[in-house]
Design a protein around this ligand. Structure first.
Ligand SMILES: Cc1cc2nc3c(=O)[nH]c(=O)nc-3n(C[C@H](O)[C@H](O)[C@H](O)COP(=O)(O)OP(=O)(O)OC[C@H]3O[C@@H](n4cnc5c(N)ncnc54)[C@H](O)[C@@H]3O)c2cc1C
Length: 400
């Protein structure tokens, strides 16, 4: 039996721990916090979106870089994850938007506990409150507060750099850099973006949603919901474009995106409704005939001058294409995920570090991106599963 140490206790690590061949490995899992899966529980606060129900190819198209993620997702798909969860006593259901959640009676903590109880039945040693801080001169793993550990194989699953209260603070970056590993800088992903709102508008509409809208940026269109915040805009529609917007914010001071308040209607359809209206006040036509809520109308007023607002053709064109300027991204710690992490060319196709023998990295600590919609958890679980499959099939001969 070889000694295998997993460092980190998030979804990627837990899936690996659940799937490793225990006749081959003596497994220890070290987590810096007093409990595992803290970010998983935070994810559950807004509805634990475990994966997305679509064809595998469509699923893969949401990952970046998709060439890296494709073989991983193909080996452990959304259907595989649903069936795996079901085997752990976690039935799932597919929501109206094709997002997949645990059955409603299951709270996130119960989902986590079911996964943990399966892992605990596998004689895995948990070392909690055990923060990894690097290697000693002999290459052993060093931790705060416990003795150095000798391990034949090490898997790092240390997460990204947002929500540091959960333990995922990206503090590991400098340790790997000191070892000559390239780590891409962390930036917020699936995050809010700053908009310079007019005071009147934000005082009235802060915290309100804009539902069933579409955003477009550089030919990429994302539909869904936005929330108006004091800082700017957040919500799944903008999260889906966050990686593209962040790329541009590296080279530009601000980024212009376009908001369509009526993505399911053409300008002609809007015009016909407008013309057939019996009302005289523009706001009433927008509200009663075009079915736009108060904040959508407020938004139009912020972005239209008086002449545009009183000219139906210009106004209807604006409803379909409001230019919104984004000034900056929200702070990393509040982001749902992070861009950056271990550069993908530092690991091989089995997640093994090219420069650190018998060491692997999985999960959000690698430099990949996916939007919200269950893709992040799917990606992390898939990596844990795929690495377990690889290690289980390995002719382990680490002395060589
Ligand atoms: C608010 C919020 C909502 C989200 N909602 C969803 C959602 O609905 N669906 C979805 O798919 N994704 C969601 N996510 C993202 C998802 O939770 C993460 O992508 C996922 O948890 C990443 O898994 P991981 O195993 O790679 O890392 P993590 O879950 O971040 O786990 C890493 C672990 O490593 C430990 N660690 C770090 N450094 C050390 C160290 N030096 N020594 C020992 N241990 C260490 C940390 O304490 C942590 O427990 C959400 C995230 C947030 C913040």
């Amino acid at each position: 039996m070889k000694k295998l140490t997993i460092i980190g206790g998030g979804p990627a690590a837990l899936m690996l721990a659940a799937e490793l061949d225990m006749s081959k490995y003596k497994v220890t899992l070290c987590e810096r916090k007093k409990t595992t899966g803290r970010k998983f529980l935070v994810a559950g606060e807004g509805g634990l979106n475990l994966t997305f129900n679509s064809s595998v190819e469509k699923l893969i198209s949401h990952y970046f870089p998709s060439e890296f993620m494709a073989p991983i997702i193909r080996q452990f798909t959304n259907k595989d994850l649903m069936s795996w969860l079901n085997d752990q006593g976690i039935p799932t259901f597919i929501g109206s938007s094709n997002r997949v959640f645990p059955e409603q009676e299951l709270k996130p903590i119960e989902v986590l506990n079911k996964i943990l109880s399966y892992i605990s039945s596998r004689e895995i040693e948990f070392k909690l409150d055990t923060k990894w801080i690097g290697w000693n001169e002999q290459g052993q793993l060093c931790f705060e507060a416990i003795e150095d550990i000798e391990s034949d194989i090490v898997v790092f699953a240390l997460g990204g750099a947002s929500w540091k209260v959960t333990g995922s603070d990206g503090g590991w970056k400098k340790i790997f850099e000191a070892r000559g590993i390239r780590v891409q800088p962390f930036r917020a992903a699936n995050c809010a973006f700053e908009v310079d709102w007019e005071k009147n508008f934000i005082d009235t509409h802060e915290g309100k949603p804009l539902k069933n809208i579409a955003l477009s940026y550089q030919g990429h269109v994302s539909t869904g919901e936005l929330v108006i915040s004091k800082f700017g805009l957040e919500g799944n529609a903008i999260y889906a474009l966050s990686q593209k917007i962040q790329e541009q914010l590296l080279v530009k001071e601000s980024v212009l995106i376009h908001l369509d308040l009526k993505p399911t209607m053409t300008v002609d359809q809007l015009r016909s409704k407008y013309k057939n209206s019996t009302r005289s006040k523009v706001s009433d036509i927008l509200n009663k005939d075009l079915n736009l809520d108060r904040r959508s109308i407020g938004l139009l007023k912020q972005f239209c001058d008086k002449d545009t607002f009183s000219n139906p053709d210009l106004l209807l064109a604006t409803i379909k294409c409001i230019p919104v300027r984004l000034q900056s991204a929200g702070v990393i710690d509040e982001a749902i995920s992070t861009l950056g992490g271990i550069a993908l060319d530092e690991v091989d196709e089995n997640f093994q570090f090219k420069k650190i023998p018998n060491s692997y990295a999985i999960g959000e600590m690698l430099d990949w991106y996916a939007p919200t919609g269950g893709y992040l958890l799917q990606g992390s679980f898939s990596m844990g599963f795929v690495l377990a499959k690889y290690l289980n099939g390995l002719e382990v001969n680490v002395e060589d």
